[in-house]
Structures are given as C-alpha cells and as structure tokens.
Design a protein around this ligand. Structure first.
Ligand SMILES: Cc1cc2nc3c(=O)[nH]c(=O)nc-3n(C[C@H](O)[C@H](O)[C@H](O)COP(=O)(O)O)c2cc1C
Length: 195
C-alpha cells in the first residue's frame, strides 16, 4: 500500500526592491503548489511573528534575492542575520532549502548571490536542492526561450532588463523558476517519506 504523507509545507522567503524578484518568487510558489505543496510566500523586509512561525514550521524554505552589487541585497542579508539565533539552536536543521536570484546583467555575478543563499542554508544544517536542469541556450540549436537559458545549476538565475515593470520578467525564467518550485516539492515529499 502506498504510504500517505501530508502535503510538504514550503515557504518562499524573498527580497525584492523593485518587484522583479517578487514576480519570480510567485513562479516558484506556483510550481511548488502545482506539484502538491502547501505554499506560503513572505517578503523578508517585514517579517512578522506569524512569518517566523511559518518558517519554523516549514519542511522546506526557498530563499530568493535580487543580485545587488554581486551579492544578495542588504535587506536579504539583514534577514539572514536575524536568523542567527535559529542557526545556533538548530531550529531549521534538516529542512530542505533551495535558492534563486535575478539581476539586470545576463551574468551580473549572480552565482555569488546564489552561493550566499547556499551558505545560509548550510549554516542552518539544511539540505540544499540544486536546480536540476541542463544548461539551455548553449548550442546552435539552443534558443533564448530554453529552460535554464542562463545555465545555472546551484539554483535558479533570471535576468530582467532594469527598465521594465515588475511583471515583464522573461517567460523562460518564469518556467525555470516554476521548475525549481516543483523540484523542491518533490524532494521534500521524498524527505517526508512519501516516495
Ligand atoms: C543597488 C543595486 C545593485 C545592483 N547590482 C547588480 C549587480 O551586481 N549585477 C546585476 O546584474 N544587476 C544589478 N542590479 C540590477 C538588479 O539586479 C535588477 O534591476 C533586478 O531586476 C532587481 O530586482 P528587484 O526588482 O527584485 O529588486 C543592481 C540594482 C541595484 C538597485
């Protein structure tokens, strides 16, 4: 008989100064929800007591930040520092984690921001989930609309022109970020024993 488990509880904890990364956080949330997750999104600039409770009760936390000056935003780093007592206490130990970022340049040193997110997860003794996609747009047959068009592996990376409104993120990035959400949900379900 198939083992029954509850729906994985997934929290998307993100920062966004101008709304682009917030839109992409929505794509991660949709992917996770479509895959059967019980999903909450929270903006780390204004974390409430209820938000901390959500984070503490989550099975998985997906961290997201715009890339600012080649790293996570100052607001995201303030949130990261605010988690330090939980780090000491091991409150988030063995939760699943993953990350995403978005920047203005095609590269823009996004890898460094993703690494900061992975280090935060490691300091919390969480289990990091990679993007799980081959690199797109890297051959003569490749197209800008490929999944993982920017070729990230550690997490999901998007590029948004700095002068477009928040909702005008790239469709291939939206699909890539949805994939990350679904993958986090699938891995978390396995961790919960649901196969
Ligand atoms: C303070 C600041 C620093 C930035 N640094 C970078 C950077 O290092 N690399 C890059 O490609 N884009 C950089 N950008 C552009 C943003 O990453 C880009 O506009 C992104 O879409 C903003 O996301 P948001 O709307 O979620 O804040 C920077 C923007 C700001 C405001």
């Amino acid at each position: 008989m198939e083992k029954q488990t509850r729906r994985p509880r997934i929290v998307i904890a993100y920062d966004s100064g101008f709304g682009h990364t917030a839109t992409l956080a929505g794509a991660v949330a949709e992917g996770a929800a479509d895959a059967g997750g019980d999903v909450a999104r929270l903006a780390v600039r204004a974390v409430t007591e209820a938000d901390w409770d959500l984070l503490d009760a989550a099975d998985a936390v997906v961290f997201g930040s715009p890339t600012y000056m080649g790293n996570v935003s100052a607001a995201f780093q303030s949130f990261a520092e605010a988690t330090s007592s939980r780090c000491q206490a091991g409150t988030w130990r063995d939760k699943v984690a993953a990350g995403f970022t978005n920047s203005g340049a095609k590269s823009g040193d996004k890898s460094h921001a993703l690494t900061s997110l992975a280090v935060l997860a490691a300091q919390h003794h969480m289990h990091w989930v990679s993007l799980g996609l081959v690199a797109g747009w890297n051959s003569t047959a490749g197209r800008e609309d490929d999944l993982n068009r920017l070729g990230f592996f550690q997490g999901a990376g998007a590029q948004t022109d700095v002068d477009v409104p928040a909702e005008r993120v790239h469709a291939a990035d939206v699909a890539t970020f949805r994939h990350l959400g679904a993958r986090v949900c699938a891995v978390t379900r396995r961790m919960l024993g649901g196969g």
